[in-house]
Design a protein around this ligand. Structure first.
Ligand code: AMP
Length: 255
């Protein structure tokens, strides 16, 4: 199970899932520099390693893989994989090079650990698609397990970045999942475009939220749709609050 540490109950739910399926569970903690397109985000990324180690012990994780940057990367390494439109849509558009860095490190981790199963969170919806593509292209013999998003009681998607928010910021951040829920609940009754308008209005009313994108998409292509088509869609959002970039998503049943 690849992580960047600052473990929270979202990570632990993946670990529990892994423990229920696997004899030996390996958790990696590596803040991967090649997937950060913003140097200050990399620098500010929380690294509470003692707390993480204690959490992993409390849940009886078998192995912690905690490499240095020098151990993972040689000098002047080159990596490029054809991610198609995933490279330039949504997260790809706002974080150029991010998914090349993600696939580069995930491929290295797969080669080092050689897991039978790998656990990823739906929280990073597009990342799951990208890793699936990596596995297909490189023919990695691993089964991917995508685990549901763990949220706070009020609905905020748990994230390592949440610790950088003030109490006020944490309250503002609730509007992200509120907007997603408005779309999810409204889609069947009012139709998608009306409920999206209501969700946009909610986000616009909060001056502390700077939305990067908020879109309702087909879950297999991530192409944006205006009305319900097919059975299931996904609403994706990315926004800055107090200079912290947060992402969230929710599946929307149209029928
Ligand atoms: P990260 O440490 O942010 O790279 O996350 C490591 C793994 O945990 C990724 O597969 C994430 O999608 C997953 N993850 C992060 N937050 C959550 C959450 N709130 N619920 C479930 N999985 C999560």
């Amino acid at each position: 199970m690849p992580t960047m540490g600052a473990l929270h109950p979202g990570h632990l739910s993946l670990l529990r899932n892994a423990k229920s399926r696997c004899d030996i569970v390996v958790c990696s903690i590596f803040v991967n520099p090649t997937q950060f397109n913003d140097a200050s985000d990399l620098e500010k990324y929380p690294r509470p390693i003692e707390q993480d180690t204690a959490l992993l012990e409390s849940i009886s994780c078998d192995v912690l893989f905690l490499p240095d940057v020098e151990e993972m990367y040689g000098e002047n390494e080159h990596w490029h994989i054809d991610l198609g439109s995933l490279e330039t849509m949504w997260e790809g558009a706002f974080r150029p090079g991010h998914f090349q860095g993600v696939t580069q490190v995930v491929y290295k981790l797969f080669q080092i650990v050689q897991p039978h199963y790998a656990f990823f969170g739906q929280k990073d919806f597009q990342q799951c698609m990208v890793v699936r593509r990596l596995v297909d292209i490189m023919q990695v013999p691993v089964r991917l397990v995508i685990c549901p998003i763990e949220r706070s009681r009020e609905g905020l998607a748990l994230s390592s970045r949440n610790v950088r928010l003030s109490d006020h910021g944490l309250r503002d951040a609730l509007d992200l999942s509120k907007a997603l829920r408005l779309v999810r609940h409204g889609a069947k009754e009012q139709g998608l475009s009306k409920s999206k308008l209501a969700a946009n209005a909610l986000l616009d009313e909060n001056p502390n939220i700077q939305v990067e994108y908020f879109a309702i998409c087909k879950p297999d292509t991530l192409l944006e749709v205006k009305e319900c088509e097919g059975e299931q869609l996904v609403a994706l959002i990315a926004a800055y609050i107090e200079g912290v970039r947060l992402i969230d998503n929710m599946l929307i049943d149209c029928q």
